[in-house]
Design a binder for this molecule. Structure first.
Ligand SMILES: C[S@@+](CC[C@H](N)C(=O)[O-])C[C@H]1O[C@@H](n2cnc3c(N)ncnc32)[C@H](O)[C@@H]1O
Length: 235
């Protein structure tokens, strides 16, 4: 919005800009990126600010029927759901991290849960390798949940449940896995401390619990240098 205000100011100074939508969009993107930089926003937002408006103007130039935009929006909503509230988008645990996680499962049979299980790929991998364990995945994005259910339907030791994992108690699990974002980690820690069994482990992919020293960490040998943070919240 600050970018738009600055661009409005530019348009007052140079009225000819108003006749060139792409130039206006580029100016808005540049102003937004500048504001974001000055406010010390995350670096990865800079290309988004720079590219968003110009790409929107170019896309409008394609003259697509309006239902295409609605369909795109609905599709994104069904895959990402309320990312604005959860602050957790969809990205998936890679094969190397799944393998590392497998080694962290206790030797004895038990139940594990993936909080926000995405497409269920991780649970499929774990369930195939450990038929003696039970795996539960919670997912609140409708299309992602349906996809995970479909993919895991033949695995008797996997249960994919629809809904918000915050309302699901964690007391049954020997391992709780989370690949979320930095935002919910403190809240997750409070929940895990209150609900998990004393010997159960919370493992967070990439995002540490703020101000809590993990019991151990595992550095995964993958391209993105994944780190798994292992905690015993109630231990
Ligand atoms: C980063 S992805 C991780 C997917 C999967 N766990 C994996 O590692 O491949 C996080 C997922 O959590 C889901 N999610 C976020 N908040 C949730 C909530 N409160 N309840 C259920 N699912 C949630 C998102 O929709 C997304 O699919």
């Amino acid at each position: 919005m600050l970018g738009a205000l600055l661009t409005g100011g530019l348009a007052l100074l140079f009225p000819a800009l108003l006749a060139q939508p792409l130039a206006m969009a580029a100016a808005q993107g540049s102003c937004a990126a500048l504001v974001s930089y000055l406010l010390r926003g995350p670096v990865w937002w800079l290309p988004i600010h720079l590219g968003f408006m110009p790409l929107a103007v170019l896309a409008l130039g394609l003259g697509l029927p309006s239902w295409v935009w609605l369909a795109g929006f609905v599709m994104l909503l069904l895959v990402f759901w309320r990312t604005d509230r959860s602050r957790v988008p969809l990205y998936l645990t890679n094969a190397a991290s799944s393998e590392a996680l497998l080694k962290l499962l206790p030797a004895a049979p038990g139940a594990a849960i993936d909080l926000g299980c995405g497409d269920g790929g991780l649970l499929r991998h774990l369930a195939g390798a450990r038929p003696d364990c039970r795996f539960v995945g919670f997912e609140h994005a409708p299309l992602t949940w349906a996809w995970a259910r479909l993919r895991c339907r033949r695995l008797p030791n996997v249960e994919i449940r629809y809904g918000d994992f915050w309302s699901h108690p964690l007391g049954d699990y020997v391992l709780v896995y989370a690949f979320l974002s930095p935002i919910p980690m403190h809240r997750l820690w409070i929940k895990a401390k209150a609900e998990m069994k004393a010997d159960a482990r919370l493992i967070s992919n990439s995002f540490a619990v703020p101000d809590v020293r993990p019991e151990s960490t595992v550095d995964v040998a993958d391209g993105r240098q994944t780190r798994l943070y292992c905690y015993r919240p109630a231990g």
